[in-house]
Design a protein around this ligand. Structure first.
Ligand code: PMP
Length: 327
């Protein structure tokens, strides 16, 4: 059963980052899940919940709007259990993710954007409309499904707590639906309220403003495209209660950091994972780690699904091709 292989991902100390920032930095490697991303966890919880509550009958269609990772998790699990999957994906997603979805057996529809349920062109609106008119189709709706937060509260967070033997001082993760930061944040704060829970989003995304002021910004600007993170609406699965701060990073810096780390260390971070690494570079003074801290960076997926977007051009680790010094 596929659910046996979801979760229990490794947490590894990253010596390169620990040395660079003079503290103890660990990476939660979510790319070890079957769909190679953290989103297998909420996908499993949402599917199991829908089946248990009779929201879908055997052979039905699970429908989701996704930047690719949730869609892949939904597809793999749904197919294993004898269901079908219809995934609405934004045209900005990497070709690698689209290929994976097709190979996994999803019926995909590529949409102009993913701007939330109120935008007629959005992946979410189209997914909801599809589910409304097709009998025995169920929209898992990761942005408003409490199983999203629950998956991280019940699995990701306890794993991190055990793996750090309760010594974690900081949890840093990209924010998309908000499920990860809200679920992990809640669990960690319940163990020790002084643990810092920090989100990362692209410049122009609105959640850092919302967290600070509890209102939407009066004007919205198009935000940098970092796949998987950044929103221009407040998802129902984002619970601000357990988040201390959200840092913003730009796309260019993220791409630069991704390539730099790959060439220097062989760490091939996913797009949003690279954004988390970039945040350390941009805000290290504000983060003010001390040498005894235990900092956990959340890596939802791996760079191999962003080769075309992030690692295009020269992508040889320094130890493989030592004559390549810059990208
Ligand atoms: N990074 C990647 C690569 C993702 O696919 C997602 C999910 N959209 C996130 C970060 C954000 O996670 P969450 O939805 O739990 O906030």
């Amino acid at each position: 059963m596929i659910s046996k292989f979801i979760g229990n991902t490794p947490l590894r100390r990253c010596d390169a980052l620990s040395t660079r920032y003079h503290t103890n930095i660990f990476i939660k490697e979510e790319f070890h899940n079957p769909g190679m991303s953290a989103k297998d966890r909420p996908a499993l919880f949402m599917i199991k919940d829908a089946i248990a509550k009779n929201k879908i009958k055997p052979g039905g269609i699970f429908v989701e709007a996704s930047s690719g990772n949730t869609g892949l998790g939904i597809t793999l699990i749904a197919k294993k259990l004898g269901y079908r999957a219809k995934i609405f994906i934004s045209q900005s997603c990497s070709q690698e993710k689209i290929n994976l979805l097709i190979k996994a057996g999803a019926d995909i529809e590529i949409c102009e954007n993913s701007n939330g349920l109120h935008d007629f062109n959005s992946t979410q609106f189209k997914a909801q409309s599809f589910a409304a008119i097709h009998p025995n189709a169920y929209f898992t709706n990761q942005y408003y499904n409490n199983q999203n937060i629950r998956a991280h509260y019940q699995t990701t967070a306890p794993e991190i707590w055990e793996q750090t033997v309760g010594n974690i001082t900081h949890f840093i993760a990209g924010v998309g639906t908000g499920g990860t930061i809200s679920g992990v944040g809640r669990f960690l704060k319940e163990q020790r309220s002084d643990i810092k829970v920090w989100g990362i989003e692209p410049k122009g995304s609105i959640l850092s403003h919302f967290l600070k002021h509890r209102t939407l910004p009066t004007s919205m600007i198009p935000f940098d495209a970092i796949e998987g993170i950044g929103r221009n609406f407040v998802p129902g699965s984002f619970d601000a209660t357990y988040v201390d701060h959200i840092f913003q990073v730009n796309c260019q810096k993220t791409k630069h950091i991704a390539k730099e780390y790959y060439s220097q260390t062989g760490i091939m971070a996913g797009f949003s994972s690279a954004a988390v690494m970039a945040s350390l570079d941009c805000y290290i003074d504000k983060m003010s780690f001390i040498p005894t801290d235990t900092v956990v960076l959340f890596f939802p997926d791996h760079g191999d699904r962003y080769i075309s977007k992030l690692y295009n051009g020269s992508v040889y680790p320094a130890n493989i091709s030592s004559n390549i010094t810059s990208f």
